[in-house]
Ligand binder design. Structure first.
Ligand code: HEC
Length: 403
């Protein structure tokens, strides 16, 4: 009898979820998949409306569930700010890092200040802009635009971004900010293939397809100026077009039960000034969670054509990452990543590139709330067989706030 009552009382809360609690439960399951949850107090009601507009298509929310999430957030939101007639939000983040590396000097770095402006200017048009000041600014590092686009919405789940965007290739670029990246360092692979902070100018059709209650798709189809003829991929990011030809790409991810995301990416386009030599990139990502354990992995490969005299440049790498939330504040993260990049071409702006690296990174982070994080990390850096092995381990600290 007691057992029966016990079972019954533990089931009732599931049946008994009313409208309000359902909004909260949906917020937690649908919105907590990619980043830690923001406290509803952080934004005012009208700001939440705009944020949900931007984020709902990533979350596979039906129209009805989207209103429940919005209702929950609005009824627990912070106060409306003065001038809240404006339909934009000013935000951003700031972070400072310290790196200690045996083969270079120890550095303190006022690494990064980023200001974001986002909002809604019309029923069907939203915008997002991010300005950055890196390494303390000065004449060597003038402020620049990281992203600046408007998003035209055909319907609730389909939009087209026009302007300077982050190129959708694999996933890490979406998470390179200090509050999304669980570690301080970025994976070696993501420094070159599908470079992190890879902004480009073009158009990006993006959307969300809800297939069943437990399965939805997110997709991006884009046309951009493409990478140019820099010495290697990382140096090939450009704002201007070097060859008047566009590059194209696609990223499709399937999301199962709000817990597991698996996706593929493809990018292709000419990268030399003449527009004759193609660069092709392939990617695969996996992202998921089991209780408080999050796992994340990516694989990338790039083949870049060179002029006749040189063989094709080749780059390949992967990383796997596990991150465990030990209690409300403390998180440990481990990541193992590789990059193997060999391109012997020394013409058309290219330079001889030979990187063969494996890095094991261990990190601990203290999240005071959804806007403040302190991190410490130790990296075991192993140079591959091609390079002379040297001691290159890294100790790093980071403090970051978002506002
Ligand atoms: C597919 C992954 C993903 C899902 C699902 C997702 N987000 Fe996000 N969210 C991001 C990324 C990436 C950023 C940081 C970049 C940005 O602001 O566009 C972000 C940023 C945010 C921010 C901070 C914006 C700022 O201005 O500081 C808020 C608030 C937010 N998300 C709310 C939500 C809500 C609410 C949901 C559910 C409806 C949601 N997110 C679902 C990926 C996701």
């Amino acid at each position: 009898m007691f057992l029966f009552l016990f079972v019954l009382t533990s089931i009732i809360p599931i049946w008994g979820i009313d409208g309000k609690n359902e909004g909260k439960a949906l917020y937690e399951s649908k919105c907590g998949r990619c980043h830690d949850l923001y406290s509803p107090k952080v934004f005012s009601g009208s700001e939440w409306e705009m944020k949900v507009r931007e984020m709902a298509p990533l979350s596979g929310l039906t129209r009805e569930n989207e209103s429940k999430v919005t209702e929950y957030l609005k009824s627990n939101a912070g106060n409306e700010k003065k001038n809240s007639g404006n339909s934009f939000i000013i935000g951003g983040y700031l972070y400072t890092e310290y790196f200690n590396n045996q083969s270079s000097t120890n550095t303190f770095d006022a690494h990064y200040l980023s200001i974001t402006l986002s909002g809604k200017v019309h029923k069907k048009v939203t915008f997002y802009a991010e300005f950055e000041l890196e390494h303390g600014g000065g004449s060597l590092n003038p402020p620049f635009v990281e992203e600046a686009y408007l998003d035209f919405w055909f319907n609730r789940n389909t939009g087209i971004k026009i302007g300077a965007i982050l190129t959708p290739f694999n996933k890490f670029d979406d998470f390179h900010g200090p509050l999304q990246n669980r570690l301080i360092s970025r994976p070696e692979m993501s420094k070159e293939i599908g470079v992190s902070a890879w902004k480009d100018v073009g158009v990006n059709l993006h959307g969300n397809l809800i297939v069943t209650k437990n399965f939805y798709l997110n997709y991006d189809l884009y046309l951009v100026n493409g990478l140019g003829s820099g010495s290697r991929f990382r140096k090939s990011r450009q704002y201007k077009d070097n060859n008047n030809l566009l590059s194209k790409g696609i990223r499709v991810s399937g999301i199962f039960s709000d817990r597991l995301e698996a996706g593929v990416s493809y990018y292709s386009g000419p990268w030399d000034d003449e527009g004759l030599l193609d660069l092709n990139m392939y990617g695969f990502h996996l992202l998921g969670s089991i209780g408080d354990l999050q796992f994340y992995g990516e694989y990338s490969k790039a083949d870049s054509e060179n002029t006749n005299v040189y063989p094709e440049g080749k780059a390949e790498g992967y990383f796997i990452q596990g991150s465990y939330l030990m209690n409300t504040y403390l998180r440990t993260t481990i990541r193992y990543g590789t990059l193997d990049y060999l391109d012997t071409a020394e013409d058309i702006g290219r330079s001889f590139t030979d990187i063969d690296k494996r890095v094991l990174a261990l990190g601990l982070s203290l999240n005071l709330n959804s806007s403040v994080v302190f991190k410490i990390e130790y990296d075991f850096v192993m140079e591959g067989e091609r390079s002379a092995s040297k001691e290159n381990n890294i100790l790093a600290f980071q403090a970051a706030v978002s506002f």
